[in-house]
Design a protein around this ligand. Structure first.
Ligand code: SF4
Length: 634
């Protein structure tokens, strides 16, 4: 019998309203393990190249892993994959919460959805039973109301619901999917794919716990990690300050993305720090399935004229900056409101902040005028205008709202008049709020990420900066023996980030939270391996796991090659090749373009890809068991 996984993959065709279960053999699971690897397997096998991402032929895949549902700490995540309507590349996003483990308890490892329904529907999956239910009455409703209605009509408060809000229905190209109102499959616009299929939600409920190979051992390792989580400063800070803890360091150093990346210096940065957040708007913290860290913020504002609903969680670091300093806004109350709106409409907060900051800069430059904004003064710092723009984008209202809903890359081309000078994206996806001038490894990952710029593609440079850093002390078995400076762009940095990319890709595949294990937290590599072994019964090693990660990176690379992406798309926005302006870093920091190009060439070679084209060489595919993809690279 299988341990850790159910052996059942659900297929749903929304056009014909048919569904069936597939039962792949053990070797399938031992090759792909879960998440993006399972997603890419079906996307490469079953989707034709150049499929329109918003057509019925796009696949929408929800995948857990062979260890999802294990009670070990910080392994709650599941992945959604599809061709992205924002980038046109492989799309992928992981979310925490409870939905992934519940899917496993309901009897499935993954759901492969194709086709599209003529009218809104939702899926109800309970203990192996599947129903496609009418959702006409839910269409147009925001996520809080939808969740209440579904739980009421199915008369079960324990149901876990992954769903889209109006932004997904309206095909906003950076719409998210959310579970439990505050755990997001963000970026990439996978919510729009769900909207294009007229699929409002997937409600899951299961009563059968995941079978573990060695329950006692899982419980023993869980206890050991949990004890450390409660005492170690790394995990304690995550609980007490959350991701907003990062604001202070960036603001004081002068690298807090501000005014659409024109400067890293934000005079009012103190207003955005975790300390101010905790004093003013924080109501409490929450966590995910089986995770004692509880790093998630909960915010409530209950003033007569200004309310923020705690059901939608609270802004994380990325949101505080993208809808704060990036738009010239320093009022946490308004950022909290913006976060609530994005969450109830299911819009990615990084891209939302980025498109609004871009529009603000265009307005200040006279490229957009009051005619475009319906009379609104869309200037940096105008917090009321920021909230209004969120409404307009989510509902695709008036010209500018509908235009920005397509993402900054397309919007800038349509606006013309030099607007492309003010966008900052990779493969069409807006960059996150970490400046690669001070973390060059993050920059390499922005450029190479198969799903567009992303800050969760590898652990960040500072964890490897000196001999006392967690990455150097705790990850020696990965070969990280020597520290490398965060601003270094030499061979050691490139080699380090090849490993770190694969390492966090393994996390993504298995549904492991990056905040639970080294270098970001206290669970060790050995403990994670022990959890995987005790859950599945497989005598696996980090060698095998790293190959699983590398395999999926090559699969994604080939998916993107088929879609027409080339090495020219592995770039950084122009702004990072220039020095910082203003603040403590004024006149410093520019990344050298030639060094960056050299680093990319070396990285291609280390991956077993052609140094010029970045195309995997056939021998690498054979090594990874991907010989079935060799024709794609010829
Ligand atoms: S560390 Fe935070 S995000 Fe990660 S699983 Fe725990 S509560 Fe969820």
């Amino acid at each position: 019998m299988p341990y850790g996984y159910t052996g059942n993959i659900l297929h749903v065709d929304l056009s014909s309203k048919k569904h069936w279960a597939e039962h792949p053999p053990e070797n399938f699971y031992r090759t792909y393990w879960g998440g993006r690897a399972i997603g890419l397997y079906y996307m490469l096998k079953e989707m034709k190249p150049h499929t329109d991402p918003l057509s019925p032929d796009n696949l929408l895949i929800f995948a857990s892993s062979v260890i999802t549902g294990t009670p070990a700490p910080a392994i709650p995540r599941y992945t959604v994959c599809a061709k992205s309507p924002l980038t046109g590349a492989q799309g992928e996003a992981e979310a925490g919460g409870w939905w992934g483990p519940e899917l496993k308890k309901a009897g499935f490892d993954a759901i492969i959805i194709k086709g599209s329904s003529p009218t809104p529907v939702y899926l109800y999956i309970k203990d192996g039973q599947v129903e496609i239910k009418d959702a006409t009455h839910l269409w147009g409703k925001d996520t809080g109301i939808t969740q209440k209605i579904i739980k009421n009509e199915l008369a079960d408060d324990k149901i876990r619901i992954a769903q889209i809000g109006p932004a997904g229905e309206n095909l906003v190209r950076f719409a998210n999917i959310v579970n439990e109102l505050k755990h997001f499959n963000g970026r990439n616009g996978l919510g729009a794919v769900m909207g294009s299929k007229k699929l409002k939600a997937i409600a899951v409920r299961g009563t059968k716990p995941v079978e573990l190979y060695n329950k006692e051992r899982v419980s023993q390792v869980t206890k050991e990690i949990t004890k450390r989580i409660m005492n170690n400063p790394l995990s304690r800070d995550l609980r007490e300050l959350g991701t907003p803890a990062v604001v202070r360091g960036f603001y004081e150093a002068g690298c807090l993305p501000s005014y659409n990346w024109t400067t890293g210096y934000f005079k009012e940065g103190e207003n955005l720090t975790a300390e101010t957040y905790n004093k003013t708007i924080l109501k409490g913290t929450k966590g995910c399935f089986a995770c004692p860290i509880r790093c998630k913020r909960v915010v409530e504002i209950n003033e007569p004229e200004f309310k923020v609903d705690p059901s939608y969680g609270g802004a994380e670091y990325e949101t505080i900056v993208s809808l704060g300093s990036l738009c010239g806004i320093s009022d946490l109350k308004y950022i909290a409101k913006a976060n609530e709106l994005c969450n109830k409409y299911t819009m990615d907060t990084i891209s939302t902040g980025m498109v609004i900051a871009f529009a603000m800069q265009c307005y200040q430059k006279g490229i957009l005028t009051k005619e475009d904004t319906e009379g609104m003064e869309l200037t940096f710092g105008n917090k009321e205008a920021m909230l209004k723009m969120i409404e307009k984008i989510a509902h695709r209202e008036f010209g500018l709202g509908a235009l920005l809903a397509r993402g900054s890359y397309i919007a800038a081309q349509k606006i013309g008049k030099g607007a492309t000078n003010f966008i900052h994206q990779v493969k069409g996806q807006e960059i996150p709020m970490h400046d690669p001038r001070l973390k060059t490894g993050v920059g390499l990952q922005y450029a190479l990420s198969d799903y567009g710029a992303d800050h969760m593609k590898a652990a960040h440079d500072p964890f490897f900066k000196d001999k006392d850093s967690v990455g150097i002390k705790e990850m020696k078995s990965l070969g990280t023996l020597e520290p490398v400076s965060p601003t270094d762009m030499g061979e050691k940095k490139v080699a380090l980030f090849k490993l770190l990319d694969i390492y966090w890709t393994v996390f993504d595949i298995l549904g492991v939270c990056d905040f639970g294990y080294v270098p970001r937290s206290v669970g060790t590599m050995e403990e994670l391996l022990e959890i995987i072994r005790s859950t599945t019964g497989w005598r696996t090693t980090w060698f095998e796991l790293m190959r699983v990660g590398e395999r999926s990176i090559n699969m994604a690379r080939i998916f993107n090659l088929r879609e027409g992406f080339t090495s020219k798309d592995d770039t950084l926005p122009e702004v990072f090749y220039h020095n910082f302006k203003g603040g403590p870093l004024n006149g410093q920091g520019a990344i050298n373009k030639e060094d960056f190009k050299k680093a990319l060439r070396l990285r291609y070679q280390l991956m077993g890809w052609n140094a010029d084209t970045g195309i995997p060489i056939p021998a690498k595919l054979i090594e990874l068991g991907l010989d079935w993809l060799i024709d794609e690279v010829k």
